[in-house]
Design a protein around this ligand. Structure first.
Ligand SMILES: Nc1ncnc2c1ncn2[C@@H]1O[C@H](COP(=O)(O)OP(=O)(O)OP(=O)(O)O)[C@@H](O)[C@H]1O
Ligand SMILES: [Mg+2]
Length: 231
């Protein structure tokens, strides 16, 4: 089975795609073969696939954003920008978590590293009964948790980390992705997270100025992923 990495978040719109794309870009730059999955995506606009999470991840991996590549990376695409179970139910196509897990496992049988972006926060519902946490637990992949630095972010990040640990999901690192508004400098929030998670690598990522391919400007995160340098 190939190597896999799951990128989850303390919440939605927190920086998962930016950080996952940065990791993908950095691994590709080191000569690693990288594939990407964003199996479940809501708020997907088929007229602008390159702007979607899937499109960004594919671009970061150096894979052309074709309809076929999008369909393979994101089989469960929904237009409404709402919780995945609600988007799926409204589209008349409830998600079967077993099928999502099976799709990820099939991806893991390929060569190189498979980077999977979750959806929403750690406990965003995928079905009416199952959350992203159940999906991650079924896969058991090394997981990077992305949090922010907004007021309240420390509690959200630590709560997310606690449920991951509780379900024995290997937490290989936490990224504090600087929020647009923050009450204290990024380093203080990162230090607070380190204080409560002393055995887990924590990296603060500063605000990346608006630019094309912002993931290329993210500082090196590869220390978080314990991948052999098969380069
Ligand atoms: N450190 C940062 N610097 C600049 N912008 C950031 C940073 N972190 C997050 N953002 C911005 O915040 C927005 C949300 O980030 P992103 O799309 O990566 O979040 P997400 O967690 O993947 O969201 P979703 O739940 O929709 O998948 C994007 O516009 C992104 O560029
Ligand atoms: Mg995203």
């Amino acid at each position: 089975m190939g190597q896999g990495l799951f990128v989850t978040g303390a919440g939605t719109e927190i920086g998962k795609t930016l950080i996952a794309a940065a990791l993908v870009h950095q691994l590709v730059s080191r000569g690693q073969a990288v594939r990407v999955l964003k199996p479940v995506i809501s708020g997907f606009d088929p007229t602008q696939p390159e702007m979607s999470d899937t499109g960004r991840l594919l671009t970061a991996a150096g894979i052309e954003v074709t309809d076929q590549a999008i369909a393979r990376a994101s089989p469960w695409r929904f237009a409404e920008p709402i919780a995945p179970n609600m988007a799926a139910n409204r589209a008349g196509a409830p998600i079967d978590l077993d099928k999502v897990v099976a799709h990820c496992r099939a991806g893991l049988s390929g060569d190189g590293v498979l980077v999977i972006e979750g959806v929403g926060g750690v406990m965003a519902p995928i079905t009416d009964q199952a959350t992203v946490l159940d999906w991650m637990a079924a896969l058991g992949l090394p997981t990077v948790l992305v949090g922010g630095s907004y007021l309240g972010a420390i509690s959200h990040t630590l709560s997310a980390a606690a449920v991951l640990v509780d379900r024995a999901i290997p937490l290989c690192g936490v990224v504090v992705s600087e929020s647009a508004d923050q009450p204290v400098p990024l380093a203080e929030t990162s230090a607070a997270v380190v204080g409560f998670l002393p055995h887990i690598p924590v990296i603060g990522v500063p605000r990346i100025p608006l630019r094309p391919r912002p993931w290329e400007a993210v500082p090196d995160l590869t220390a978080l992923v314990d991948l052999p340098e098969t380069l």
